[in-house]
Structure formats: structure tokens, C-alpha cells
Design a protein around this ligand. Structure first.
Ligand code: CMX
Length: 135
């Protein structure tokens, strides 16, 4: 597999407005985009720290992945996302190696990305996202 960079770090939050306030007023970062992704049942806010993005995730549905995560574990680090050049072939390679995937095919993500997740149980307890910028 050909990982190019850490694309973003996802943080699950209970309240997006409150979390944005902390990131802007206390950490001094600037939110450059707010986006709702119905497929993932989240509303997100993005910040840039150097080349890496921070994605704050508020659940829009208590039965969605972030809603369930917060219910079980509370707010906190939710996933790490690696940028790859060819998402489809990366997923094929992982399937061939019997790595447990959540998504066998790329899905629509936030911020113009195609995304797919590796199950946390197959990645040392860390929900791991692979992503590629849509062409
Ligand atoms: N990081 C680490 N472990 C996690 C986790 C996370 N984010 N979310 C769940 N888990 C753990 C659970 O705690 C559980 O562990 P235990 O069995 O030890 O209790 C295990 O994974 C399985 O959890 P589950 O409750 O059986 O399954 P869920 O229904 O909660 O689903 C998961 C877990 C990861 C499969 C689901 O959250 C998923 O499909 N995630 C991918 C999609 C996603 O997260 N989208 C939001 C972000 C979108 C974006 O960035 O654009």
C-alpha cells in the first residue's frame, strides 16, 4: 500500500459549536469549512494545522457511528485518516491480506474525499480511514 500522508485526525464531539469555539478562541485555529454528510450521519468542522487537517465530528443521529461512539466512550479521538493514491487498489490489497474492512468499496466522505475504513479491531484499536481526493 502507498500511504502518502496523514490526511486528517477525526475527533468526536458532543456539540460542534462549543468545540469550534474552543478550537478558535482557545487554540487560535480557524474553521475553514462546516459540512454535513448524511451518509455518515455527521456534521463536521475542519481546521488546518500545517498540512494536516483536524475534523471535528458531531453526530446527527444517535444510531450513527459517531453517536454510538460518544454514547459508549464519550468525546475523544475517533479516527486517523491516511491519504493514499489509489484507494480502490489499496482496499483490494487489504482484502487479499484478509484485513477486516468496514468498507470494501470507496464511499463519499467530507471535504471532497472518497473514503473507506479499516475496522479498529484489525488496526490495534484505532479506527483507520483511507482516503483519496476525488478527481
Ligand atoms: N475507535 C476505536 N474503536 C472503536 C471505535 C472507534 N472510533 N468505534 C467503535 N469502536 C470499538 C467499540 O468500542 C467496540 O469495541 P469492544 O467490542 O471492545 O466494545 C468495537 O469497536 C466494535 O464496536 P461495535 O459497538 O460492535 O460496533 P459499532 O456498531 O459501534 O461500529 C464501527 C463500530 C467502527 C464498525 C462503526 O463506527 C463504523 O462503521 N465506523 C466507520 C464510519 C464512521 O466512523 N463514520 C464517521 C466518520 C465519517 C467521516 O470522517 O467523514
Amino acid at each position: 500500500m502507498d500511504i502518502k500522508k496523514i490526511e486528517h485526525i477525526g475527533i468526536a464531539v458532543k456539540n460542534l459549536d462549543d468545540a469550534i469555539k474552543f478550537y478558535e478562541e482557545i487554540l487560535g485555529l480557524k474553521c475553514y469549512k462546516i459540512e454535513k454528510v448524511d451518509e455518515q450521519k455527521v456534521k463536521t468542522a475542519f481546521f488546518k494545522v500545517g498540512d494536516i487537517k483536524i475534523e471535528l465530528l458531531e453526530s446527527t443521529d444517535s444510531e450513527g457511528p459517531v453517536g454510538k461512539f460518544i454514547e459508549k466512550r464519550g468525546e475523544g479521538l475517533h479516527h486517523i485518516a491516511f491519504g493514499v493514491n489509489n484507494l480502490k487498489s489499496s482496499l483490494k490489497e487489504l482484502s487479499y491480506k484478509n484485513i477486516k474492512l468496514i468498507d470494501n468499496e470507496p464511499k463519499k466522505g467530507t471535504d471532497n474525499l472518497e473514503i473507506a475504513f479499516i475496522h479498529p479491531k484489525a488496526a490495534n484499536g484505532v479506527l483507520t480511514e483511507l482516503c483519496e481526493t476525488k478527481k
